[in-house]
Design a protein around this ligand. Sequence first.
Ligand code: GUN
Length: 295
Amino acid sequence: MTAKIISGKEIAQQIREELRQEIAELKAKHKLVPGLVTVLVGADPASQVYVGQKEKTSTELGIYSERIDLPEKTAQNELMALIDRLNKDPKIHGILVQLPLPKHLDETAVLYAINPKKDVDGFHPVNVGKLMIGEPDYLPCTPHGIQQLLVRSGVQIEGAEVVVVGRSNIVGKPIANILLQKRPGANATVTVCHTGTRDISFHTRRADILIVAAGRPNAVTADMVKEGVVVIDVGVNEVGKTPDGKRILAGDVDFEGVKEKASAITPVPGGVGPMTITMLMYNTVRAAKLAAGLA
Ligand code: GUN
């Protein structure tokens, strides 16, 4: 079997088209313009690329977009004061503080300070807790994007054996929680593997759907999967540079080997990546609707 390639690029485009229409309608019918602010502290090159993409995509879709760049040496109290101001700004429905923050800043304190109603990342403990009890306002963007890739590719999730490799707060734990919910597009049996797992292959070979967010290349190879598995590769690893200095990216899965056994697989780049930004736009629209009493 050679796998069908699940194109995150195409599915993201589809969702963006739906959002563009919804945003136009919110403007026409309710004079409501969803607003997103992205905050970047310091000059990390990868973060600059991500924030640039978020700003560009939101503007393209008709979202009001602000970008705030702060110097590396910004003090905690300055950042907290900015978040306080943004929490109170009625034009702004979503606040995204790009992570990681410089080491001298307290990331947890910053995430706690964002008004949960404007927490379009879904990282505030209130939103993490709401997801945990099955009453989410916002799903975190990358896991929500993964669920959409599966649903829109026609993958049977209900009743499936899902194995997640990685237990991070931004991917592993939330995707496990999302697919565990008793609702359509979920209701799976979920296993989460991590660095403390005794025999990862034992679990990955049982998976109907395998979601890999391990943070290292070749964490999953062909011998670790069964025929017909659906593989979602969340990894973004820089494995080299082109002669003109562009980053060469690889996922966490040995794509060439695994695609011979899988029924479907996401590529890197062009798989999960475009979905993350798209679901941020989705959350921003949702935040605006919630604030206006329209959701
Ligand atoms: N850094 C890497 N991924 C993310 C994300 O989804 N949100 C934020 N705020 N920072 C990130």
